[in-house]
Each structure stands twice: as structure tokens, then as C-alpha cells.
Design a protein around this ligand. Structure first.
Ligand code: GP0
Length: 848
């Protein structure tokens, strides 16, 4: 590699502002190299060039951010706040360049300085403060809110370590987890607000004043400081730049000193209890409630700081506190921020001296709650003793919400009003209760979130239906249907089409004859592509773009794993968190089935087989002995890796079928994989995947779906037409009956699906190595089979045969691909955010 990359002459010209290519941009980049980075003008590598470019872009963002925030203060519109423990942002530079409309300028400016934008973009580390779908949804929603000029702020935590880095051990395919020190280099996208701080209390004592008012004083315990870091969120094609405020915890000076003085050195340095520990790490457990004290501390620390901040902002308006809900809407992203409901009650009652009833009215007009899963293991419950220890005042308030007779008038006396409506139905009462009986008692956060919110929604039609029918039927009966709704998830077409697939974006713009910034803001415009479905030249160009993206992926894999891939093969992709309900196991067993089938063919017959490359990626929750289930997920990865090892080395079959597990799945890796897929798999047991969002991303990029009748797959099929989706498997209403059968009238796999039995026996025989290690995984299929793989396997294989058949008629396939993309308008997160803004938050855009 040439070093240094730039030549002195062009750098000096840039410094004087006399380059032909975007002189101002070049000058600002060079300036940042000299000043912010304190480096000699052209003596930098790609990473240095990334930093300088980022700092230069940041200057523009700051200007826009300031004007936006000033305008919000001036106009004091109603604001919405999106509380999410996870924001899976990925990289920022390319997104900021696109949204600011300066991508080409920076590209040419950088190349005049001796760098290529492409090389520089990949220098950026992903901001990976999330596990998967839930966190990425939050990121898409911020993009859409800013783009639509809506006054929305995000609130989250500034974890020192994001989601762990996944390594796959070369010898046996096991997953290893390494920390993700994403803040080791200076982060140009955040503005530290070291002056914006709040004190957050833990432990201590809650002393009631007198039973009449419901007020109390909470004192003592541990106080820590929350410090604000602001992440700028530019809208696309607008100056509006919103804010994502992330909190960092640090010790409050004095507290540590006190411990020292008390001679309690051990306590003051004890890491799990220290202030800094609170925001040190993102919990890597998706879809599970863990019950760990540190997690509860995170939740309270974050909601308390965020609410204090909102209150401070509201007070600048000099409006009576009774109008709080007219100026503020707070969206709870799953139950993680449910304590905010209790914290706002505490502030209103104890600090603002609002009478209990009035406070409850404000609270229940302010909050909105989104549920993201119906899986029982994900429903958060916090033990009463833990709450009593950590947040004694909040536990009092929770019990008061339930049933404090002296404080609450009858109308809002929750349990009493339930009893009035359903007299004598004790089981219903106990299902509705915020407290679950047992040893210990537990607070049901989902029930608290429902009771404390104005409206409750799920994330796709089917899911919202299950939320109402299975999760909260008694609440629906109690409050009536109108409290419950649906907002089908969406994805931002800026990142998930324009940025990750620039060639397709360009082809679309050219074909629609509409400016890019128009259709990227009104994705329904893609329907215009339907008029060109039969145009053979357009078809050819569409196919060429897909092929180019497949070559890009092939090159990436070759660089990373050293294996060549045939880009003319069908690319079949399943990328998502590893989870039993997502059934990566079904997929790998299907791959083995295909391998055995090809292997059994005569060499001439094999030539008729559709060539296929299968890609997997995804992280598994680190194995934990407390949860026996979670240990099977790393085992699934092991099986995939070892099957890949065998079949990729088999000369009889490897030109027809190969298999890859790409380590360390991330937003950035998704941006390479998604545009390159011919088909992607969304094969959860029916009724278990709330929505899915990557399904939308694949379809937007012209990939077809293989999927179950679940989550947003259903609505995608409604849009694109069922003939363009490869559906298979049992439907949601069958699943419970099947599980009952498995338990009480089990049928051996050999009878149910001889093909699957053969696959299982082949794995057991040891041809993929492992020496019996896979038995526990195979046994979950052979016995119990909670996720009904045995019932769905044959229909799954048939769906994949239909894929082969359809792929053999390439012209028809391309038409399906075009039709799919064309009908994805509904799945823009712009539409989803409009739903929230109008049907939930009641907020309006603010023009600068
Ligand atoms: C749901 F409950 N989701 C949870 C969770 O803990 N983590 C998480 O990522 C996901 C759902 O599984 C989803 O179906 C959905 O689309 C997403 O939340 C956003 O609503 C697929 O990722």
C-alpha cells in the first residue's frame, strides 16, 4: 500500500481552499487532520481520513442540530420520546452523507486527497447498542422521525461495551464471545454534555408522610450521576436533526468518599455495585427476562434520568404540570422502561405535590406501550424483595396503584374497579393483577405497562391479534378494544435500499423517472416499477444488479474465509439472532437433507440440480448453565459450521451446494448480505415471530421469501401476492394442538417424516463429527418438539423444491423479484412513524 496516501501538493492546495473538488469540504477535512487529530497534513492512513471526514461532517450536523433544537424550544410543540434500552445504529458516516446530500462531494473531495470513500466508510466501527430486531427498529424509527420533521427524541444508555463480538473457534465451531470496546477511539457522532447531569438514587428508605396524601420521602442509599451524551440524528433531505440522548453513569463525588471514610474500601470499589458498572455493558440476552439486579439498576437509572430531563424541559415552558401530557408523549419500547410509569408518579406525587388521582391521570395520558413478543420467557417480572431493596419508594407506589384504599378514589382503584366489573371472578382478578403470587411475589411489568399507558400495540397484524387474544384478554375485556391497536413495523429505505444497494437505487430512479429524494420519502412510489415488469431490458438490468451484489458478497466471503463462491448459484440466506423459535435448526436439517439427496444422485443427474449457496449468520446468547435451553443455541452454530466443513469439502456435491456461517453478524454485514439474496428464510414456528423486520429488507432489495405464515410475512404476502412468497408449515391455531399431541400422543419421527428421521440419524451417525455432542439438540426434535419441526419439515422441503422450480425459469423469477420490491411501500418506517404520530402520540411536524 502506498504511504502516505495523499500527495503534499494537493493537500496544500486543499488547505488554501483552491482545489477544484468541493474546496470547502476538502479544506475542512484537512483542517481537522491538523487540528482535531493533531497530525501532519497528509500523514494519515484510512482510519485517520475516516476520522477527519467524520469530524467535518459532524460540523454540519451540529449546525443543523442546533437550529432544530432552537426551533423546538421556540415553538414548544408536543414532543414524543422513544425510550429504548437498545439502539442498533450501525455505521453513521455514510448515512449522514446521504441524509445531508453531500455524498458525492465528499467522495470527490476525498479522492482528490488520495483516498477512496469506499475504503474510508468501512473504517467505522458499528455502534451496536442492541441485540437484534427491537434495537434496529428503534434506529429506523429515529431516522424516519427526523426525516418527517417530527419532534421526537430517543433516550437510551451509553453502554461502554455493545453487543459482544462473536468468534467461531476454528477447530470445533463453537462460539466465543469477546467484548466490543466500541468507544476505544473517539466517537465523532456524539456530543458529550458533561453539564447535563442528574442524580439517581438507589436503595435507602421511603418514609410515608401520612396515609391521606400518599406522599413519601425517599432518602439515603446510593446516589449516582447520569451524564448526557447526545447523538445527532439527521433527517433525509431536511435540515431537521433530532437527538438521541444516551446516559452514562458515573460516581457522584462524595458517595465514594463516604465509603472510604467509613473504612468500607471493599464496598466503594466493588465492581458490580459501582456507579460505572451500571452503563458498562449491554445485556446480550434477547427475548429473555433475566432477573439480575444490575439490569434492574440499568432500567431505573435510565428512566429516572430521562424523566428528570423531560421534566426540566417541560418546566421551561412555564405551563401548569397538569398539562404535562398535552406536551409530552412517551413510547415504551417493550417493558424495559416500565419503571418510568412509576417514576413519573413519584415525581408528580412526592415532588410536585400533585394529588394522587391527578397524577395518575397525567401518567396514563402520557405513556404508550409497544409489546414485541408473546414468548412467555420474555415477559419481565421483578421480584418484590429485589424491588423493595433497590427501589423501596417505587414498590410502595406499585402497591398503591394496585390497591391503596386510603389514597385512591374508587374510580381509579384498580383492583376494586375490576371487582366491580367482574364480581367474584377471582381467577380473572389474579390474572389482571400487577403482582404474581408466589415465593417470592413478582411484579408483572407487562401488566403495569398496560395499566399505566394510554394505548397498547403489537408490531404486526397477527401479533397484535395474539397480544389481545392470548396475552392480555382480560385487559381487553376490562378496558375495551379501543385501548389496543396495531402498528406494523417498518424499515428505513434510506439505509436499507439506497445506502446498501446503490445500484438498485439508481436503476429505480432512472426507471421511475422520479427523483430519488421523492420516492425515498414516499416508498409507495415503487409501485411504478410494475409498469416495467415485462420490459426485457429492464429485467436484464434488474438481474445484473442482483448479480453484481452477489459478486460483492462472494468477494467478501473469499477475503474472510478464503473460499471461492459461484455467484451464479442461488443465494439462500438466514441471518438473525439464534433462537429456538426462529428454527435455524430446521434450516440446517433441510441443508443436510439436500446434501444427502444430491449425494445419492448419479453424476449426470446431479447436473440438473439447482446450484445453491446457503448463508447463515447470527449471534447466540452466551451459554449459561442457569438456562438449559440456551446452551443448545451454540450447539446449533456448531452443527452448521461442521456440516459446512464436510459438505464444502465433498467433491461429489460442492459445486451444487455449499454452506457458510459468517461470524459476527452486524448491521454492516446485513448491508452486504441483504442485497445479495435470492431467497431468505423467515421460518419461525407460526405465532412466535412478532413481526420480523429483515423480511422487509430482503423483499425491498428484490429477494423472495421462504417463510411460515407468521408475523409480517403475512402482510408482505398480502402486498406482493401469495404467488410471490414461498409459504409453508402449520398455521398459528394448529400449533397448540400439535404441542398437546407431542406430549400426550407422540408419534415417532420415523412415521411422521421419514425424510427428517433419515437426516437426524445421519447426524447421529457422526458423519459431521462431534462424537455425540449433537444428541441433546437432536433430542429436542425427537421428543417434545416444542417448535414443531417434525410437523413442518416435509412442507418446508416442498417449499424449497418450489423455489428450485421457480428459479429454473429465470425470467419469471426476475418478474417476481421486481413485483416484490415494487409492493414494499407499506413497510417503510415512515409509514409506521406516521401511524404512531397520528394514532398514538398526537404530534405534528416542525418546519425549520
Ligand atoms: C422482540 F421481545 N424482538 C423481543 C426482544 O426481546 N427482542 C427482539 O428483537 C423483536 C421481534 O422478535 C421481531 O419479531 C420484531 O420485528 C422486533 O422485535 C421489532 O418489533 C423480530 O426481530
Amino acid at each position: 500500500e502506498k504511504w502516505p496516501k495523499g500527495d503534499e501538493k494537493s493537500w496544500k492546495a486543499a488547505l488554501r481552499g483552491v482545489t477544484t473538488e468541493s474546496p470547502e469540504i476538502s479544506k475542512s477535512i484537512v483542517n481537522h487532520v491538523q487540528t482535531s487529530l493533531a497530525r501532519a497534513p497528509y500523514n494519515i492512513d484510512d482510519f485517520g481520513a475516516y476520522q477527519a471526514a467524520a469530524l467535518s461532517v459532524r460540523d454540519n450536523l451540529i449546525v443543523n442540530w442546533n437550529s432544530t433544537q432552537l426551533e423546538y424550544s421556540r415553538k414548544s410543540p408536543k414532543r414524543a420520546y422513544y425510550l429504548s434500552l437498545e439502539f442498533l445504529m450501525g455505521r453513521t458516516l455514510s448515512n449522514a452523507l446521504l441524509n445531508l446530500g453531500v455524498l458525492d462531494n465528499y467522495s470527490s473531495s476525498l479522492s482528490s486527497l488520495g483516498f477512496s470513500l469506499e475504503d474510508i466508510l468501512v473504517q467505522e466501527r458499528d455502534a451496536a447498542l442492541g441485540n437484534g430486531g427491537l434495537g434496529r427498529l428503534a434506529a429506523c424509527y429515529l431516522d424516519s422521525s427526523a426525516t418527517q420533521e417530527l419532534p421526537v427524541w430517543g433516550y437510551g444508555l451509553r453502554y461502554k461495551y455493545g453487543i459482544f463480538q462473536q468468534l467461531i473457534k476454528a477447530d470445533d465451531g463453537t462460539q466465543l464471545e469477546a467484548p466490543d470496546p466500541w468507544l476505544d477511539h473517539q466517537n465523532p457522532w456524539e456530543l458529550p454534555r458533561l453539564d447535563v447531569t442528574y442524580e439517581v438514587r438507589f436503595y435507602g428508605n421511603a418514609q410515608r408522610w401520612d396515609e391521606g396524601t400518599g406522599r413519601a420521602t425517599w432518602s439515603g442509599g446510593q446516589e449516582v450521576l447520569a451524564v448526557a451524551y447526545d447523538v445527532m440524528i439527521p433527517g433525509y433531505g431536511t435540515k431537521n436533526t433530532n437527538n438521541l440522548r444516551l446516559w452514562e453513569s458515573k460516581p457522584k463525588r462524595g458517595f465514594d468518599l463516604q465509603s472510604f471514610n467509613a473504612g468500607n474500601y471493599e464496598r466503594s470499589v466493588e465492581s458490580s455495585n459501582s456507579a460505572a458498572a451500571i452503563t458498562s455493558v449491554l445485556y446480550p440476552n434477547d427475548h429473555t427476562s433475566f432477573g439480575k439486579e444490575l439490569r434492574l439498576k440499568q432500567q431505573y437509572f435510565w428512566t429516572a434520568a430521562s424523566l428528570a430531563d423531560m421534566l426540566r424541559r417541560f418546566k421551561h415552558l412555564e405551563k401548569p404540570i397538569s398539562q404535562f401530557a398535552e406536551y409530552n408523549a412517551i413510547q415504551l419500547n417493550d417493558t424495559h422502561p416500565t419503571l418510568a410509569i412509576v417514576e413519573l408518579m413519584r415525581i408528580l406525587v412526592d415532588e410536585e405535590e400533585v394529588p394522587w388521582d391527578g397524577a395518575w391521570t397525567i401518567v396514563t395520558n402520557t405513556f404508550f406501550f409497544t409489546n414485541h413478543t408473546v414468548l412467555p420467557e420474555a415477559l419481565e417480572k421483578w421480584s418484590v424483595p429485589l424491588l423493595e431493596h433497590l427501589l423501596p419508594r417505587h414498590l410502595q407506589i406499585i402497591f398503591d396503584i394496585v390497591s391503596h384504599p386510603a389514597i385512591i378514589r374508587e374510580s381509579s382503584l384498580f383492583l376494586q374497579s375490576v371487582e366491580k366489573k367482574f364480581p367474584g371472578d377471582r381467577e380473572k382478578l389474579s390474572r389482571l393483577s400487577l403482582i404474581e403470587e408466589g415465593f417470592p411475589k413478582q411484579v408483572r411489568m407487562a401488566n403495569l405497562a398496560v395499566v399505566g399507558s394510554r394505548r397498547v400495540n403489537g408490531v404486526a397484524e397477527l401479533h397484535s391479534d395474539l397480544v389481545q387474544k392470548n396475552l392480555f384478554p382480560d385487559f381487553v375485556e376490562f378496558y375495551g378494544k379501543s385501548k389496543f391497536g396495531n402498528v406494523t413495523n417498518g424499515i428505513t429505505p434510506r439505509r436499507w435500499l439506497d445506502q446498501c444497494n446503490p445500484s438498485l437505487s439508481a436503476l429505480i430512479t432512472e426507471t421511475l423517472k422520479i427523483e430519488r429524494n421523492v420516492w425515498l420519502k414516499d416508498l409507495y412510489k415503487l409501485e411504478g416499477l410494475l409498469a416495467h415488469v415485462n420490459d426485457s431490458e429492464f429485467q436484464a438490468r434488474w438481474a445484473a444488479v442482483k448479480h453484481q451484489n452477489k459478486e460483492r458478497l462472494a468477494l467478501f466471503v473469499e477475503r474472510q474465509l478464503g473460499i471461492k463462491i459461484d455467484a451464479s448459484a442461488l443465494f439462500d440466506v438466514q441471518i438473525k439472532r439464534l433462537h429456538e423459535y426462529k428454527r435455524q435448526t430446521l434450516n440446517i436439517l433441510g441443508v443436510i437433507h439436500r446434501y444427502l439427496l444430491i449425494k445419492s444422485l448419479k453424476p449426470e443427474e446431479r447436473k440438473k440440480v439447482v446450484k445453491k449457496v446457503v448463508f447463515f449468520a447470527g449471534k447466540a446468547a452466551p451459554a449459561c448453565t442457569l438456562f438449559k435451553m440456551s446452551t443448545l443455541l451454540p450447539l446449533t452454530i456448531r452443527l452448521i459450521v461442521n456440516v459446512a466443513r464436510v459438505i464444502n469439502a465433498d467433491p461429489d456435491t460442492n459445486q451444487y451446494l455449499s454452506l457458510f456461517f459468517l461470524p459476527d453478524y452486524s448491521v454492516s454485514l446485513a448491508e452486504i448480505l441483504i442485497p445479495a439474496s435470492d431467497i431468505s428464510q423467515h421460518i419461525s414456528t407460526a405465532g412466535t415471530e412478532a413481526s420480523g423486520t429483515s423480511n422487509m429488507k430482503f423483499c425491498l432489495n428484490g429477494g423472495l421469501l421462504v417463510g411460515t405464515v407468521d408475523g409480517a410475512n403475512i402482510e408482505i404476502a398480502e402486498e406482493v401476492g401469495e404467488d410471490n412468497v414461498f409459504f409453508f408449515g402449520h398455521l398459528t391455531p394448529d400449533v397448540e394442538d400439535l404441542r398437546y399431541q407431542h406430549t400426550y400422543h407422540p408419534i415417532p419421527v420415523e412415521e411422521k417424516s421419514p425424510a427428517l428421521a433419515h437426516v437426524l440419524n445421519t447426524v447421529s451417525s457422526g458423519i459431521f463429527g462431534g462424537d455425540g455432542v449433537y444428541e441433546p439438540l437432536l433430542n429436542t426434535v425427537r421428543q417434545g418438539d416444542f417448535y414443531i419441526l417434525t410437523d413442518d419439515f416435509d412442507s418446508y422441503i416442498r417449499a424449497l423444491e418450489m423455489v428450485d422450480e421457480a428459479y429454473s425459469d429465470r425470467t419469471e423469477w426476475i418478474k417476481k423479484s421486481i413485483r416484490t420490491s415494487a409492493k414494499m411501500g407499506k413497510f417503510s418506517s415512515d409509514r409506521a412513524i406516521q401511524d404512531y404520530a397520528q394514532e398514538y402520540w398526537n404530534i405534528e411536524s416542525v418546519k425549520l
